[in-house]
Write a protein that binds this ligand. Structure first.
Ligand code: NDP
Ligand code: GDR
Length: 371
């Protein structure tokens, strides 16, 4: 019998890569998607199987982490060997606007899954991966951050995830459930949501190079993050559930970079060199040179500016992870470094924007339903 996995958040960045990875390993994959007024399955459409086909190995269920009965029913029906709880309101800045919902989905949502396992008597059958985060470290206590570093969350998102972290540990200790936290540092990819900083940058840089956008507005460019590739990180999630003992692991590259340097690297991918001046809200970057004749950009043009609207009420200044335990115990090793990640994201976004430009130039950019 093939193993059955249930992925919450299957329509997100990590859910899509993990679903593909598990299908290749021979799993039957069940996913929970939210009802939405527009299609929200873009990232997994290539894996979709018509419900009329027999012996499907990808099956989607409507659900929501805020609905206990729904979650309990799905878990009862599926009887999964492994649950990957990836669903969350995952945007740190947005969590300041929607703190109660974030607590409900990201914090109590995890409890609902663990409690369903207990109610259904699946403690010995179903393993649980909880998507924990480097945001738990928040205000810097020590660097690099390891499994032993104390937490100091700095956003409603991180506080909700801290509840989820501890309830996972508690259900493991209290009921013997194989439940683990993967404390994953930032991981990105061409599938990254468009409002996270890396994707916002790679999309904007592609548009600026193609003459489709004038300027990129960012918040705190001094923030430092330990960025890896989502394709590497979903492999760690699976490894965490294949061990003899359930434990918590940090997954990170061990290298940290400022947002500003990420911007420079993304522009460099299209042959553009920037010159930065000013500080804080007055910082700007102009185009110093462009070595790629494909892109007709104006030297001296201001292409990056600061908009304080993107500052957060409390910020996480520095994240750098210590992945020693995951390397030694899981044998996990990332294939991508930061340069490889930026290249992958830029290649994908340039292609995407070239397609948009082609449609725009051909007069097919938008369909106006209201005309
Ligand atoms: P995404 O934001 O790309 O995906 C989140 C997923 O959760 C989407 O499928 C979304 O559905 C779904 N979702 C949101 N709210 C609910 C809800 N109430 N009920 C059911 N589903 C819901 O996140 P990532 O893939 O980047 O991250 C996956 C997980 O890992 C998240 O929990 C995130 O907090 C955590 N994490 C991410 C890191 C990263 O750097 N990417 C680092 C550390 C942790 P929809 O598509 O409909 O919006
Ligand atoms: P983060 O990711 O908050 O680390 O959470 P994000 O990419 O949103 O921010 C990273 C850093 O960049 C700074 N920043 C900006 N951020 C955004 N989004 N937009 C901007 O314009 C901008 N300008 C500067 C931010 O202030 C921050 O310091 C991500 C999410 O995936 C979480 O779900 C996950 O838990 C953590 O990573 C690890």
């Amino acid at each position: 019998m093939p193993k059955k996995a249930l992925i919450t958040g299957i329509t997100g960045q990590d859910g899509a890569y993990l679903a593909e990875f598990l299908l290749k390993k021979g799993y039957v994959v069940h996913g929970i998607k939210r009802r939405s007024s527009l299609f929200n399955t873009d990232r997994i459409d290539h894996l979709y199987q018509d419900p009329h086909v027999e012996n499907r190995n990808l099956i989607l269920h409507y659900g929501d982490l805020t609905d206990s009965m729904n979650l309990t029913r799905i878990i009862q029906e599926v009887q999964p060997d492994e649950i990957y709880n990836l669903a969350a309101m995952s945007h740190v800045a947005v969590s300041f606007d929607t703190p109660e919902y974030t607590a409900n989905a990201d914090g109590v949502g995890t409890l609902r899954i663990l409690e369903a396992i207990r109610l259904l008597g699946l403690e010995k059958k179903t393993k649980v991966y909880q998507a924990s985060t480097s945001e738990l470290y928040g205000l810097v206590q020590e660097v690099p951050q390891s499994e032993k570093t104390p937490f100091y969350p700095r956003s409603p998102y991180a506080v909700a995830k801290m509840y989820a972290y501890w309830i996972t540990v508690n259900y493991r200790e209290a009921y013997g459930i194989y439940a683990c936290n993967g404390i994953l540092f930032n991981h990105e990819s061409p599938l990254r949501g468009e409002t996270f900083v890396t994707r916002k940058i790679t999309r904007a840089v592609s548009k600026i190079a193609l003459g489709m956008q004038d300027c990129l507005y960012l918040g705190n460019m001094n923030a430092k993050r330990d960025w890896g590739h989502a394709k590497d990180y979903i492999k760690a999630m699976w490894l965490i559930l294949q061990q003899d003992q359930p434990e918590d692991y940090v997954i990170a590259t061990g290298v940290t970079t400022t947002v500003r340097d990420f911007v420079k690297m993304a522009f460099a991918e299209v042959g553009i060199e920037l010159e930065f001046s000013g500080e804080g809200e007055n910082e700007v970057a102009v185009i110093k040179s462009c070595s790629n004749p494909e892109f007709n950009v104006e030297i001296g043009k201001e292409v990056v500016k600061v908009d304080p609207a993107y500052y957060r009420p409390t910020e996480v200044d520095l994240l750098i992870g210590d992945p020693t335990k995951s390397k030694e115990k899981l044998g996990w090793k990332p294939e991508y470094d930061l340069a490889g990640l930026v290249k992958d994201m830029m290649q994908s976004d340039v292609k995407l924007m070239q397609k948009d430009k082609y449609l725009r130039d051909g007069g097919y950019e938008t369909l106006n339903y209201f005309e």
